[in-house]
Write a protein that binds this ligand. Structure first.
Ligand SMILES: Cc1cc2nc3c(=O)[nH]c(=O)nc-3n(C[C@H](O)[C@H](O)[C@H](O)COP(=O)(O)OP(=O)(O)OC[C@H]3O[C@@H](n4cnc5c(N)ncnc54)[C@H](O)[C@@H]3O)c2cc1C
Length: 468
């Protein structure tokens, strides 16, 4: 499950599990059974959905079916950015008008606070620190993009977002070559595994049945089929995100995109003094192949970026094992940001998969004619989005079953959004690898030249990928 590349633990699902321990696994499904709602997938989406449905209607019999164990997927491996980004907002503005997209943005801002509130109320000890999100620019082209991004966010009502120059940025964090940054208060750092473990325990304590080591092979109306039996329920909710391609008939629905991370050893006080980062903001940049990082509760830097973005045939996982070249590339990125950390040991490296729809728009849907629902396609921003999606799925089920009416959430523009499927192989593999090669080349060119314009290559890649 795990190996060692020059002292770095590679795989083992994630550093967060190495830190907090793997959970005891729950019993698999023991045969055919019935429920009112069956949820496929025990990540944040499935578990928050179970949580909110059971709270709203305690009489519901809810079963969660999880292929490995709750938190095995991205929910146990992510960068721990609980933030207000939602994939597809700009496209939703084009499709449904700006006012609708602003409502979606506000709902995301509120979601960050809602997760923190519920975690607090439930006594989840998830190392949450709300320091906001800081995104830095390190080249003139990134700075130009960052200023455009900042101005663009203001048009979505994000008035509390700040634009910081080089000196103000350095007062927060000393990133080499940083020319400026933008900061929003709507973000917090957390420990992903502590959150998902506590959430699964809370869901179970509410009376939801969770079966682990139970792969669902097929979802049909009113049926979730597994090798150990079928669970029948009027509502079957698919919450499998980056693993969705493994389900019968879903191969081209959401592309499983890899993201890889490293965690350093704990830094010394002197090293932290050289870095700054007292505000513990989640940290990102404006590169096309962007990075994301957090200062962990135990004083490490956990930093991620795209590794090998996509594996042929939508293959997904090997417990997070990561190619040594990717580990080295992330270490080099860490040192490029913080040259004083050149000698710091990388203790752990891992990868996970996220789900990317053909139009890069997250969605939450309940098909009222079949009772089949799903939520996901969050791309890289599912920690908060999954929570909003879960509350929306709750409202959609309540609406459909006559226990509730339309709500602010059911009327958000991402509810019920449909998108075409990805191309078949080999086009899918060629397309995604070409896309990331183009992004890396664009980043290299922007670092070499001092021009302020975004590389044309990246703009073309965005268009081809369906991102704009
Ligand atoms: C390395 C990495 C870093 C990330 N960093 C961030 C971040 O900092 N901030 C952010 O907002 N987002 C981040 N994301 C994305 C975020 O983690 C996800 O969007 C979010 O966790 C998705 O939750 P989910 O429950 O929908 O999916 P998952 O957590 O992937 O859960 C799906 C579950 O379904 C199970 N499953 C799959 N197929 C089946 C089946 N056939 N039968 C039964 N069970 C099945 C899986 O085992 C898994 O447990 C990151 C993702 C990765 C991979």
């Amino acid at each position: 499950m795990s190996g060692s590349v020059s002292g770095t633990v590679n795989g083992g699902i994630s550093f967060w599990y190495a830190d907090d321990g793997l959970p005891a696994v729950r019993e698999p499904l023991g045969g055919d059974s019935a429920a009112d709602v069956v949820i496929v997938g025990g990540g944040y989406t499935g578990l928050w959905t179970a949580y909110y449905l059971k709270k709203a209607a305690p009489f519901l019999r809810i079963t969660v079916l999880e292929r490995r164990f709750c938190g095995y997927g991205a929910s146990g491996r992510n960068g721990g950015w609980l933030y207000n980004g939602v994939a597809g907002r700009d496209r939703y503005a084009k499709l449904h008008g700006r006012e609708a997209a602003v409502r979606l943005q506000r709902a995301m801002n509120d979601t960050v606070d809602e997760v923190i509130r519920v975690a607090d109320e439930e006594g989840f000890d998830a190392a949450v620190h709300k320091g906001g999100v800081l995104e830095v620019a390190r080249t003139p082209a990134q700075w130009a993009r960052l200023k455009d991004f900042h101005a663009h966010e203001l048009t979505f009502g994000e008035k509390d977002r700040e634009l910081l120059g080089a000196r103000e940025t350095a007062e927060r964090i000393r990133v080499a070559d940083a020319v400026g940054s933008t900061w929003t208060p709507h973000g917090a750092r957390l420990h992903p595994v502590k959150l998902v473990k506590a959430l699964a325990a809370a869901v179970e304590a509410l009376g939801v049945t969770i079966h682990e080591l139970t792969p669902v092979t097929e979802i049909r109306p009113q049926h979730a089929v597994t090798p150990y039996g079928t669970v029948r329920a009027p509502y079957v909710l698919r919450c499998t995100e980056g693993f969705t391609a493994g389900l019968k008939g879903q191969r081209r629905t959401w592309l499983p995109m890899n993201s890889s991370m490293i965690a350093t050893e704990p830094l010394t006080d002197a090293q932290w003094a050289s870095v700054g980062w007292a505000g513990r903001e989640t940290l990102g940049d404006m590169a096309h192949a962007y990075m994301y990082a957090q200062r962990t509760a135990d004083g490490r830097i956990a930093l991620g970026g795209r590794g090998v973005p996509y594996r042929y045939g939508s293959r997904t996982d090997n417990d997070g094992r990561t190619r040594p070249e990717t580990v080295e590339a992330l270490r080099e990125l860490l040192v490029a940001f913080f040259p004083a950390l050149a000698g710091v040991r990388v203790e752990h490296a891992w990868s996970g998969v996220l789900g990317v729809p053909r139009d890069w728009c997250a969605t939450v849907t309940l098909d009222r004619s079949t009772g089949l629902g799903w939520a996901g396609g969050y791309v890289g921003s599912g920690v908060a989005t999954a929570h909003l999606a879960a509350r929306t799925l709750r409202d959609l089920v309540q609406l459909d079953s006559g226990q509730g009416g339309r709500t602010e959430l059911t009327d958000l523009p991402w509810a019920g959004h449909k998108v075409r499927k990805w191309e078949p192989e080999p086009l899918r593999w060629l397309g995604v690898h070409g896309l990331y090669a183009a992004y890396r080349a664009a980043d290299r060119r922007e670092r070499r030249t001092s021009g302020a314009g975004s590389s044309r290559l990246a703009r073309i890649a965005d268009r081809v990928a369906g991102r704009h």
